[in-house]
Design a binder for this molecule. Structure first.
Ligand SMILES: Cc1cc2nc3c(=O)[nH]c(=O)nc-3n(C[C@H](O)[C@H](O)[C@H](O)COP(=O)(O)OP(=O)(O)OC[C@H]3O[C@@H](n4cnc5c(N)ncnc54)[C@H](O)[C@@H]3O)c2cc1C
Length: 75
C-alpha cells in the first residue's frame, strides 16, 4: 500500500516471525492486508531437531518449517 507521496506503508506490523507470526501474516495477506513481519530470528524450538503434533508435518525440522513458512508468507 502506498501513500499519495508514493511511500510504502503497511496496515499491520507483526513482531515475531515464528510459527504464530508467520501464520498471522499469511492469513492477513490472504485477506489482502499489507503486512510487515519483524523477527529477531530466535525461535524457541531452535534446539529441537524435529517438531511433533503438526498435522501433515510430523517430524519436520523446525527451522525448515519456518523457512517454508517464510516463503509462503512472502508469496
Ligand atoms: C525444545 C522445544 C521443542 C518444541 N517442540 C515442539 C513440537 O514438537 N511441537 C510443537 O507444536 N511445539 C513445540 N515447541 C513449542 C514451539 O516452540 C512452539 O510451538 C512454536 O515455536 C511457537 O511459535 P511462536 O511463533 O509462538 O514462537 P517462537 O517460535 O518462539 O517465535 C517467536 C519469534 O519472535 C521473535 N521475537 C520475539 N520477540 C521479538 C521482538 N521484540 N522483536 C523481534 N522479534 C521478536 C523471536 O526471535 C522468534 O523468532 C517446542 C519448544 C521447545 C522450547
Amino acid at each position: 500500500m502506498r501513500t499519495a507521496q508514493g511511500e510504502h506503508v503497511w496496515e499491520v506490523t507483526i513482531i515475531g516471525g515464528g510459527s504464530a507470526g508467520l501464520s498471522a501474516a499469511l492469513t492477513l495477506a490472504r485477506a489482502r492486508r499489507s503486512v510487515i513481519v519483524i523477527d529477531a530470528g530466535q525461535p524457541r524450538n531452535a534446539p529441537a531437531s524435529a517438531a511433533h503434533g503438526l498435522l501433515g508435518q510430523e517430524g519436520v525440522n523446525p527451522l525448515q518449517l519456518l523457512e517454508k513458512g517464510r516463503e509462503e508468507a512472502a508469496s
